[in-house]
Design a protein around this ligand. Structure first.
Ligand SMILES: Cc1cc2nc3c(=O)[nH]c(=O)nc-3n(C[C@H](O)[C@H](O)[C@H](O)COP(=O)(O)OP(=O)(O)OC[C@H]3O[C@@H](n4cnc5c(N)ncnc54)[C@H](O)[C@@H]3O)c2cc1C
Length: 449
């Protein structure tokens, strides 16, 4: 008997609503401590592709809608839906690396920082996400804004193929030559994708020989100068540098409200790295800092540790975001209001200098702009939900006229629908979906039917 038939007879680890173990299994699917009040009928914990096939066929037999979880880092808990079958792929973590061919494959439940470590041991690199624990499943589907992505592109641009299970439970491969509609859709449709990805095939890169960062911190009364500088210098910042501004009530080196200017650099030599950071180190704000680090060599592990100070686990988060190319004078009133109303740390605002190239490969991912602004409201106790849970969305709603769309990474479409791909790509995505999943058995975006 083949593996598939054995699995179909034996079944997988699954929990029906109301059964012992169900609530633990549901809770374990969410990284955000703010577990939604939504209850799937069945949760299936898949160990391999055959479990996935069996679960998808079970859903078909029972008429259950499907949702998928890889790492459970969707802030909004997109995978936790009312009713239906929730397929949990977090145990599927196998990675293979072909160093000579600069290729790797990974199952969806593998965390990006672990993939970075596995590749790094062989002198290789991939634009994995900035935080520990984010898994490649959801990350690659929605675009993937990772380390060195200004040079390498959103991570989905380096996906060269996918192993998929379709809504009928068939195993197929998608690539530039096979099932090209699914290959197109999988690179950017994020939580609206309509197959289960069981393996990604990736192009990987030689690891940059120098990884480091520069940093400056400013008290909040310098808000206007700091953001004016970032806005003005943005288009000129070398692609090797990711200029990030983090505004919070507890900025490093300030000890209170302020802005950390963090500039990671990925270069092929120390001199290049120092040269690429000159815009900051020789910039007009250098004498006004509360803290200044002109250059610190680093490792991927240290980068992850630094970023994670802003995203502690066991916290309750609500996020929202926007792309913009608005003039700084139009943005400043909104930035002041964000600063004035910001909840205590770890809540913060991220300003990311993106300045994308004029064109990308043809893929669903299609909305991006010069600057990315994201708000992360984070707090510890459920008792504070009412106080803090609307901050991110309300501020973004007010600034929406200045926005050209949102990024699915930090989506909150259920609370605030926004444009996440171009109109043309949305039409194309909807057409592929209605052909591949005509009965809408996969849940789509929250905030869209
Ligand atoms: C602390 C933190 C830091 C983050 N940092 C970054 C960052 O630096 N850059 C960035 O781009 N994003 C970042 N994100 C956002 C993150 O990339 C997305 O939330 C992503 O969807 C998470 O992937 P996941 O597999 O962990 O999540 P999941 O919640 O498991 O997946 C999200 C959605 O993707 C779909 N999906 C997931 N796996 C599959 C699959 N195998 N097949 C079909 N559909 C699937 C489902 O619709 C699911 O609801 C961060 C999120 C958090 C919480």
């Amino acid at each position: 008997m083949d593996t598939l038939n054995r699995k179909l007879l034996v079944g997988q680890v699954s929990f029906r609503r109301g059964e012992p173990g169900y609530e633990d299994a549901r809770r374990a699917t969410m990284w955000n401590a703010r577990l939604p009040d939504r209850f799937p009928d069945v949760i299936v914990q898949a160990q391999d592709v055959y479990d996935v096939v069996a679960a998808v066929r079970l859903a078909k037999r029972e008429g259950l809608r499907l949702s998928v979880r890889s790492g459970g880092h969707s802030w909004a808990g997109n995978h936790v839906r009312e009713g239906g079958l929730l397929l949990d792929l977090s145990a599927m973590k196998t990675v293979t690396v072909d160093k000579a061919a600069l290729r790797a494959t990974t199952e969806p439940g593998r965390a990006g920082h672990e993939l970075a470590t596995l590749l790094g041991r062989q002198g290789l690199f991939f634009p994995t996400g900035h935080c520990k624990g984010v898994c490649v499943g959801g990350y690659l589907l929605q675009g993937g804004f990772g380390w060195h992505s200004r040079t390498l592109g959103p991570a989905c641009q380096s996906v060269i193929g996918l192993d998929l299970v379709t809504v009928d439970g068939d195993i197929v491969h998608a690539s530039p030559t096979e099932n090209t509609d699914l290959y197109w859709a999988a690179r950017g449709s994020g939580p609206g994708f309509f197959c289960v990805v069981t393996r990604f095939h990736l192009r990987v890169y030689p690891k940059p020989s120098v990884i480091g960062f520069a940093m400056q911190s400013f008290a909040i009364d310098r808000l206007e100068e700091v953001f004016r500088f970032a806005h003005e210098v943005g288009p000129e910042v070398p692609k090797s540098v990711e200029l990030q501004l983090l505004m919070s009530r507890n900025a490093t080196g300030v000890g209170g409200p302020g802005i950390e200017v963090f500039a990671p650099v990925f270069a092929d030599g120390y001199r290049d790295a120092v040269r690429d950071l000159e815009f900051l180190n020789k910039g007009p704000l250098r004498r006004k800092t509360a803290l200044k680090v002109p250059f610190a060599p680093s490792t991927m592990n240290l980068m992850y540790l630094a970023v994670m100070t802003h995203y502690p686990a066991q916290h309750r988060y609500v996020v929202d975001n926007m792309w913009t190319r608005a003039p700084i004078d139009a943005l400043l009133p909104g930035l002041h209001k964000i600063a004035a109303t910001m909840p205590p740390a770890p809540s913060h605002m991220l300003w990311l200098n993106w300045a994308p190239p004029p064109t990308r490969p043809d893929m669903a991912f299609s909305v991006e702009d010069s600057i990315y602004v994201a708000l992360y409201g984070g707090w510890k106790h459920a008792a504070d939900d009412e106080k803090y849970s609307t901050w991110a969305t309300e501020r973004m709603r007010e600034m929406a006229p200045l926005s050209s769309g949102c990024q699915l990474a930090d989506e909150n479409l259920g609370q605030r629908p926004a444009r996440f791909v171009t109109d043309e790509n949305l039409r194309r995505l909807d057409a592929i979906r209605s052909e591949r999943d005509p009965q809408s058995r996969f849940h789509s975006y929250m905030g869209r039917p």
